[in-house]
Design a protein around this ligand. Structure first.
Ligand code: GRG
Length: 296
């Protein structure tokens, strides 16, 4: 499974993506209570054709732990809201200054900078409100886990170091530390939240966490490789931006072939981390295969 068509036509991931898209649509209807340009900007990016990898992971983790998709759906959508806010803010002129995202003009290009900043802010508060209102088990713990992953020690801190690019230390350890925080933390918490909504055992939660960490590290190497040598049209965003922005990446540090090898190592390790689930985790293994073979 490597292309958009394949992820959509796969019976498990295709159906769940449709469910996620419907729920995101439902959770972002505001009526007259939200100024129209803000509501439009939020829905413009949230409902744009993203891969929905993170919410899929939440739902599939819940299933692997014997839980229900319905119970996990609000947490899954909350993770996608946080992810979408980071994309909107990352694309701003003050950060990566990108023109295209998810196959369409970036939020600040389609609207304006102030609206894009505020749409990102709104998505963040919507995510936490959604969990508080809709998650039935351990909502406070879910909020804390998501706040940790998205906060200064992880996602935001990783972004700060990423923006420093070539000005920071140039070593594999530093690059990996950025990837752990900027990318892997959100994939990891997406999985953990699935486990939490399903009442998973501590062994199951631990397995999901390490799976998420390894999957996230592979995900970011593949993202670096796609930026280095991918097809802008398939990806729905401009390639070559990392070099333009002086971003420290795997292909710059290790070259293309070694980067690919490292991504494969992380995926192999990630699949090994799923052993305790047996066949119940097969759909998660499918997502791991998608992560390493994706071309968008
Ligand atoms: C602004 C606080 C803040 C953080 C930004 C998400 C991010 C951190 C930067 C975006 C650029 C980037 C390469 C981030 C790493 C995570 C990543 C690979 C995001 C893209 O995720 P996909 O490929 O996107 O899942 P879609 O559009 O498919 O959801």
């Amino acid at each position: 499974m490597s292309s958009k068509a394949e992820i959509e036509s796969n019976p498990v991931t295709g159906q769940l993506r449709a469910l996620i898209n419907q729920a995101l649509d439902r959770y972002s209807r505001f009526g007259d209570e939200c100024p129209r340009p803000l509501a439009e900007a939020i829905r413009y990016m949230l409902l744009a054709p993203g891969k929905r990898v993170r919410p899929l992971l939440t739902l599939l983790a819940a299933k692997a732990c014997g839980g229900s998709i319905d119970d996990a759906l609000p947490a899954a959508c909350a993770v996608e809201m946080i992810h979408t806010y980071t994309l909107i803010h990352d694309d701003l002129p003050a950060m990566d200054n990108d023109d295209f995202r998810r196959g369409q003009p970036t939020c600040h290009r389609r609207f304006d900078e102030a609206t894009a900043i505020l749409a990102g802010d709104a998505l963040q508060t919507m995510a936490f409100g959604l969990i508080a209102r809709e998650v039935k088990v351990d909502a406070a713990a879910c909020i804390a886990a998501l706040a940790d992953a998205a906060g200064p020690k992880n996602l935001i801190g990783g972004q700060v170091d990423d923006l420093a690019g070539g000005k920071g230390p140039i070593s594999l350890a530093h690059l990996e530390s950025i990837h752990r925080r900027k990318t892997a933390a959100l994939l990891k918490v997406a999985l953990c939240l699935g486990g939490m909504t399903a009442g998973a055992s501590s062994d199951q939660r631990q397995a999901l966490c390490v799976f998420g960490e390894n999957l996230g590290l592979a995900f970011q190497i593949v993202d670096d490789l796609l930026d280095f040598c991918g097809d802008s049209i398939k990806m729905g965003k401009q390639s070559g931006k990392d070099e333009q922005n002086g971003t420290l990446t795997y292909p710059v540090l290790l070259g293309e072939q070694q980067s690919r090898q490292r991504a494969h190592q992380f995926i192999d390790q990630a699949k090994y981390n799923l052993t305790i689930f047996g066949p119940a985790a097969d759909p998660l293994r499918t997502v791991a295969d998608f992560v390493i073979t994706r071309n968008f």
